[in-house]
Design a protein around this ligand. Structure first.
Ligand SMILES: Nc1ncnc2c1ncn2[C@@H]1O[C@H](COP(=O)(O)OP(=O)(O)OP(=O)(O)O)[C@@H](O)[C@H]1O
Length: 279
């Protein structure tokens, strides 16, 4: 990778305090280090509970980091809070799984999209208006969507609104935490196409958190594999998915559903073999 990475994690650990009398803290993430380069798409995969969302939250300042550093364009943002953290929003954005919960139901869509444009160094009123129209067009929604409320849209359309909000300030990187998991298969494909198109036109980097390996190969240039809060394998997505090196990655790949029944059978067999090897 050339130049300063957009995002860098250096030995990051997250520990949650133990519950109850004298309960030891739980280490959820341990010594996690990786980089995301300019306009790079990096996937973070792992089983449920492996710590993917916790890494996303650590980057976004939504959970305290117990050790290590998070750098954005070379700047240490690990412990930034309050206004300093909010000012990062022009460079660091997020899209979450649930388009129902991530939009303020009381705000018309136009106000939701205006928020990031008015944070930090606010844009002039007319420019905000024009940018909102442009954002709605980019994500395939009609201009009058600005006057409507989230409840008046379908799940896929709401995720488009969330995507429009995330790209409004043309951030350096977007943390996408399972952004398509709550959508049906067709809407999922459309949302991924939209994210790819925006990546190609706007040039933002993505850290794409998912448990769906089929998405990984299509969408991300590089993949990080997380097991019990540690990265166990890392490399170009095609290599990680087609020639996994670590036994855990092999199990993940073998467990991923595939549309071809013959291939599915072969995968099942590979999974049994991988489980036998892992003991
Ligand atoms: N606030 C918290 N307090 C204590 N433990 C937590 C907290 N949040 C998450 N955990 C634990 O941290 C571990 C990792 O959770 P995390 O949500 O990061 O996993 P994940 O890989 O994103 O899982 P999924 O794919 O199911 O979303 C889990 O064991 C979870 O129970």
């Amino acid at each position: 990778m050339t130049g300063t990475p957009v995002l860098q994690l250096d030995g990051v650990a997250v520990r949650y305090p133990g519950r109850g009398f004298r309960k030891a803290p739980t280490t959820v993430i341990e010594d996690v280090s990786f980089e995301v380069g300019h306009a790079e798409t990096v996937a973070l995969v792992g089983e449920s509970g492996s710590g993917k969302t916790t890494i996303g939250k650590a980057v976004l300042g939504l959970t305290p980091v117990s050790a290590g550093r998070v750098l954005l364009d070379g700047r240490d943002i690990t412990h930034l809070t309050g206004r300093a953290r909010r000012l990062l929003s022009s460079d660091l954005q997020a899209i979450f799984q649930n388009p129902y919960g991530s939009l303020n139901p009381a705000l018309p869509v136009g106000r939701t999209l205006a928020e990031p444009l008015l944070t930090g160094s606010p844009l002039p009123r007319q420019e905000v208006h024009d940018r909102i129209a442009d954002l709605l067009r980019r994500v395939g929604l009609p201009e009058d969507a600005a006057d409507r409320f989230p409840a008046q849209f379908s799940g896929g359309q709401r995720q488009r609104i969330a995507i429009a909000r995330a790209v409004a300030r043309q951030p350096r990187i977007i943390i996408c935490d399972e952004p398509t998991s709550a959508l049906d298969v067709t809407t999922q494909a459309t949302a991924l196409e939209l994210l790819t198109e925006l990546h190609n036109t706007l040039g933002c980097a993505y850290l794409f958190i998912t448990h769906d390996l089929a998405v990984v190969k299509e969408f991300a240039a590089r993949t990080l594999v997380l097991q019990h809060g540690r990265i166990v394998e890392e490399g170009p997505s095609i290599g990680v998915c087609d020639r996994p090196q670590h036994a855990y990655t092999r199990r993940l790949v073998a467990a991923a559903p595939v549309p071809d029944p013959h291939l599915q059978r072969k995968r099942r067999q590979q999974r049994t073999e991988a489980e036998a090897t892992a003991g």
